[in-house]
Design a protein around this ligand. Structure first.
Ligand code: NAD
Length: 495
């Protein structure tokens, strides 16, 4: 059985705890790896090494650091298929999708390579007579990231690219369900010349997470995962005086106005609901047809759903792979049962798919006549299950989204520019699509939701990412003629 170990001090370090977790190939259901779970001492060792590496890393000139980021970008880009294969074989998503995930990671390195510009401070001359003021953005020191299973290559890059570009040393605690990609990232960075200790990986479970939350030398912490754990991480890290951002769950609505193009809206809904088997925090979970577009739209969704090719993600013929674990698959299908029990109409039940029973596969499901009180609407399902909540008016649709506790992404489908503009004004979500079902901002913007989709006040990567991983220092300067100096007990003012 292959072993997934830690990456500490620039090399693979086998775990000492003897405690491990299983990693499966979800397409076959077979266990392929064990992943080491770190002890507190192992985590502390990584922090010690990061502390030692920090002064030199912070001191590296911006131009040298930028050149290194260009090399990291090149090396990762040249290995993207290898990384994507590891993602497909441990997560289950199709290879083309895994490749797109790694490419998004490469873009984050590309953005971070602009660090000499991104880290610029500001300068004001003559703020008061003879005084100037400038600001610099400085790194925090040793920082950490805790990531979920659904983007094992991209989400770590959301965090580490900006954090390291800003001059911090970064420790990653990946999801224990598909941790293999984290080591390929570490190897790519080392081969590009990143100094040892600047990027480290500590594999593990709650023990490693809890140590991250309490270790006094971890200055900032970025988390992505489910809402209950995000709340816990946010509250605990903040109580321990750390800077923290915790991105959480989602229930993204796609509102389809009566004037929308039915075929285009159905294409978008089916793609977004079932892409990566619904294991995306930006997936459309709820389709909200307004008025009498509902019936034709649902018919078009069913037509397209029936044609989806489900199977092993390594086969380029397939469009949708399995779910990540058996446990997750069973949780996902429990929502089909609860929907039926609560009076919804199950139009397609993924358990009727021929691959049900093989690996962790479930086919796509479609549930109509879902109402707000139902569990399948209230909870995040995180699987290929499209729920449809029919409403009469645009106002009903907006009111529905506002009552929902999450606000990650939202989309509107319409041909009416005025209606779309009003939607941007009205909707309470951090990322909005107009005729775009998965509106994930590119690397030069920032990613994050509103309401219970993000705890903290900074989004991930882009300008807000750089802001999160640095702190500003404001410096007031004067070079006076000593002959004019005198004792002055007044509060410095604008004189
Ligand atoms: P998860 O919350 O189970 O795990 C996330 C991380 O927390 C993992 O590293 C895991 O080891 C750790 N963890 C799990 N249980 C813990 C506990 N009790 N104490 C301390 N640490 C614990 O999430 P997941 O199932 O891996 O990922 C799916 C979730 O992530 C979904 O809810 C999805 O919406 C969310 N997600 C959100 C975004 C976003 O940007 N908002 C992006 C991707 C995924």
């Amino acid at each position: 059985m292959d072993r997934i170990s830690h990456w500490i001090g620039g090399k693979l370090v086998p775990g000492e705890s003897g405690i491990t977790g299983p990693v499966f190939n979800p397409a076959t259901g077979e266990q392929t790896h064990v992943v080491d779970f770190a002890t507190v001492e192992e985590f502390d060792r990584a922090v010690e090494i990061a502390n030692e590496a920090f002064p030199e890393w912070r001191g590296m000139s911006l131009s040298k650091r930028a050149a290194l980021f260009f090399r990291m970008r090149e090396v990762l880009d040249s290995r993207k298929t290898e990384v994507a294969k590891a993602v497909t074989q441990q997560h289950g998503k199709c290879l083309f999708d895994a490749l797109a995930e790694v490419e998004r990671g490469v873009e984050l390195l590309e953005f971070a390579a602009g660090l000499p510009h991104l880290l610029k401070g500001s300068y004001s001359e003559q703020i008061t007579t003879g005084f100037d003021l400038f600001s610099v953005r400085q790194p925090l020191g040793v920082v950490a990231g805790i990531t979920p299973f659904n983007f094992p290559a991209m989400v770590p890059m959301w965090m580490c690219a900006a954090a390291m570009a800003a001059g911090n040393c970064f420790i990653l605690k990946p999801s224990e369900r598909d941790s293999g990609a984290s080591l390929l990232l570490a190897e790519a960075f080392r081969d590009a010349g990143l100094p040892d200790g600047v990027f480290q990986v500590v594999q593990g479970d709650k023990v490693a997470v809890d140590r991250t939350l309490e270790h006094p030398d971890i200055k900032a912490l970025s988390f992505v995962g489910s809402t209950p754990i995000a709340k816990y991480v946010y509250a605990t890290a903040a109580a321990n005086g750390k800077r923290v951002q915790a991105l959480a769950g989602a229930k993204n609505h796609m509102i389809v106005l009566p004037d929308a193009d039915v075929g285009m809206a159905a294409d978008a809904a089916v793609s977004s609901i079932n892409g990566s088997a619904g294991e995306r925090c930006m997936a459309i979970a709820t389709v909200v047809p307004v008025g009498d577009i509902a019936d034709p739209l649902i018919e078009a969704i069913l037509e397209r759903t029936a044609k989806l090719k489900v199977g092993d993600g390594m086969d380029p013929e397939n469009e949708m792979g399995p779910l990540v674990t058996l446990e997750h698959r069973d949780r996902v299908v429990s929502y089909i049962d609860s929907a039926r029990e609560q009076g919804a109409t199950v139009l397609v039940d993924g358990r009727e798919h021929p691959l049900w029973g093989t690996g962790f596969f479930v086919g796509p499901s479609v549930i109509d006549h879902v109402t707000e009180d139902m569990k399948c609407y209230q909870d995040e399902i995180f699987g290929p299950v499209g729920t449809i909540v029919r409403v009469e008016t645009y106002e009903d649709a907006i009111a529905l989204t506002r009552r929902n506790r999450w606000g990650n992404g939202a989309a509107i489908f319409t041909r009416d520019g005025g209606a779309a503009r009003q939607f941007v004004y009205d909707i309470e979500a951090g990322m909005v699509g107009i005729n775009v079902p998965i509106p994930v901002p590119l690397a030069f913007y920032s990613f994050g939701g509103w309401k219970e989709s993000l705890f903290g006040d900074s989004k991930m990567y882009g300008p807000e990412g750089i802001h999160f991983w640095t702190r500003e220092k404001a410096v007031t300067v004067r070079w006076p003629d000593p002959s004019t100096s005198k004792v002055d007990l007044g509060f410095p003012g604008a004189r």
